[in-house]
Design a protein around this ligand. Structure first.
Ligand SMILES: [Zn+2]
Length: 292
């Protein structure tokens, strides 16, 4: 946090420096275009192929072939979900929350993509429908589906609670789910759990202090966030112990509900779609052949 009272005096041209107008870091028009109409047309006649019910304070894995869709649905009550995605063939390729935030902004909605980490950097999934898109930003500067939080985890809780051990944070839930889905021991696959897409969570930054803030999720049963899998995906979804995240997490105090994952197979892929290749940068990083 910035100091309430700065320790260093402002220079004489401070106002001029502060009044320089910002520019958008990554103008969206420079990204590959997304043909939402073509994606949505591919839903016509699709078939539900799998349903996975994620119990409260737990997580489940699921697989989505490239070219299929999946939905995360609220089914019984307001509940936030923490989503991880990996390449189904290679766990080292996984969702890159930070670059997705830089490319699309703090909160995602229809037409935005979930990008993978370096050196792969390609779209893993495209959001094709969002029943909470009406929310926009509220008077507190909050919105839904953020890529600014990380995930609740037992290590932070251990520090903040002065030594408590809580085992059902999203980080632990995702670790157990990935272990079950990959057949890798929990302690060996924990390092593959990563910063999440906070599905349905309402968050923002305090305008006064820049602190990460959260409030009761506006999600209600029937709401969903829908994705198109650009590559073969292994996903894991945690039903956060914070429930609607209106007050606290990392405990059993909040009312929690299940979340439902549905996977759909379209009759045919979206018109013009092809699976994105891994990033084409040559990875020489300015080194000559004899230095590489
Ligand atoms: Zn959580």
């Amino acid at each position: 946090m910035k100091l309430h009272v700065p320790e260093h005096p402002a220079p004489s041209d401070a106002q001029a420096r502060k009044s320089v107008a910002p520019v958008i870091c990554y103008p969206p028009e420079t990204l590959p275009s997304v043909d939402l109409a073509a994606y949505r047309a591919a839903r016509e006649g699709w078939a539900l192929t799998e349903e996975v019910l994620v119990p409260p304070r737990d997580a489940k894995g699921f697989r989505v072939p490239a070219g299929h869709f999946f939905r995360i649905l609220s089914v019984e009550g307001p509940q936030v979900g923490d989503l991880n995605l990996w390449s189904a063939q290679d766990l080292s390729e996984r969702f890159f929350s930070g670059k997705t935030r830089a490319l699309h902004g703090t909160h995602l909605s229809s037409g935005d993509r979930m990008w993978s980490n370096l050196p792969y950097l390609r779209p893993m999934a495209t959001i094709t429908d969002d029943t909470l898109d009406w929310y926009g930003f509220d008077a507190f500067g909050c919105s839904v589906h953020d890529v600014i939080g990380t995930r609740c985890d037992p290590y932070t809780h251990h520090v903040l609670s002065d030594g408590d051990h809580y085992h059902y944070c999203c980080h632990s839930n995702l670790t157990r789910a990935l272990s079950a889905a990959s057949q890798i021991k929990p302690q060996d696959c924990e390092c593959h759990v990563h910063d999440v897409l906070n599905v349905f969570m309402a968050t923002g930054f305090s305008r006064e202090t820049g602190q990460y803030i959260m409030k009761a999720s506006p999600v209600r049963p029937g709401d969903y966030l829908e994705f198109f899998a650009e590559i073969d995906l292994l996903g894991a979804l945690s039903a956060c112990p914070g429930g609607d995240c209106s007050a606290e997490h990392s405990s059993d105090a909040a009312a929690c509900y299940p979340l439902l994952v549905q996977v759909y197979a379209p009759k045919a892929p979206p018109k013009g779609w092809k699976e994105p290749a891994r990033n084409g940068y040559d990875r020489t990083h300015g080194l000559s052949p004899d230095q590489q």
